[in-house]
Ligand binder design. Structure first.
Ligand code: DGL
Length: 268
């Protein structure tokens, strides 16, 4: 493995671009290959077997580009397929659940952490396990929010959007009642809803899963002597399994900047 090889990042769709956003900001020298499985999004309502199959196919696609590490920029795939990916492929793997759990434990004052995510992520109990492994006295309150990914993929995330507000009110009410002081957005699509979520829970500290994973990736690459420090701006390539035009249209909102690389539609 060489430092100059790209980092591979995947998600079921657009959400993983929120992770790419922090990667570009924090590690601008790195080349990135992104794969969004837009033909099969959402993953979060599927069985663990299906999610594992999809996640391995995503990794195998990235491996064609000689990636030096893989970032599972999808809480659902991280919760369901992380162990399998680590066993099956011989390269450094970084997920989003562990780093976000660590951040939540470090930041909560009352030890009550809320987590919202897809059905698969919440049912897997991955956040509870990750949090309790750090501090068994923490309390975790999770809520599956299956309607949020389709909303975000369809461009509905503004805080004044009535539909978004009604759905968030319903999902967040039970967490509010538990008096959480920290909420993990346990899905990489949700950072776009951050303002809307904050409007529902004004006193709660919100953590975006994904942001924290950049630090973990940096540590891992440094440990393996794989950090690209050439001081040249990295190249970014984007691949999707369906409809490159829609992806291109929405990608800028997720990245918070204009798309700086080609988007190509591929068949897995
Ligand atoms: N961004 C994925 C996650 O973090 C979305 C899941 C989905 O496709 O349902 O869980």
């Amino acid at each position: 493995m060489k430092k100059e090889q790209p980092i591979g990042v995947f998600d079921s769709g657009l959400g993983g671009l929120t992770v790419v956003k922090s990667l570009i900001e924090q590690m601008p020298d790195e080349d990135i290959i992104y794969f969004g499985d837009t033909a099969r999004v959402p993953y979060g309502s599927r069985s663990s077997e299906t999610i594992q199959t999809y996640a391995c196919q995503d990794v195998e696609f990235l491996l064609q580009y000689q990636v030096k590490a893989v970032v599972i920029a999808c809480n659902t795939a991280d919760s369901m397929a992380r162990t399998l990916i680590e066993e099956r492929y011989d390269l450094p793997v970084v997920g989003v659940v562990g780093p976000a759990a660590q951040k939540a434990v470090a930041q909560t004052a009352n030890g009550k952490i809320g987590v919202i995510g897809t059905k698969a992520t919440v049912n897997s109990g991955a956040y509870e396990k990750a949090v309790k492994a750090i501090d068994p006295f923490m309390r975790v309150f999770s809520r599956a929010c299956p309607l949020l990914v389709p909303l975000v993929e369809n461009g509905r995330f503004q805080r004044n959007d009535k539909v978004v507000r009604i759905i968030l009110d319903e999902y967040l009410e039970p967490l509010h009642r538990e008096n959480i002081d920290t909420l993990v957005l346990g899905c990489t699509h949700y950072p776009l809803l951050k303002e809307a979520v904050q409007a529902c829970l004004p006193d709660v500290n919100i953590i975006s899963s994904g942001e924290a994973s950049t630090d973990t990736l940096r540590e891992l690459l440094t440990r393996h002597n794989l950090l690209n420090d050439t001081k040249e701006r990295g190249e970014h390539r984007y691949f999707v399994s369906d409809d490159a035009a829609t992806f291109t249209e929405n990608a800028e909102i997720f990245l918070g900047r204009s798309l700086d690389g080609a988007v190509q539609c591929i068949t897995l």
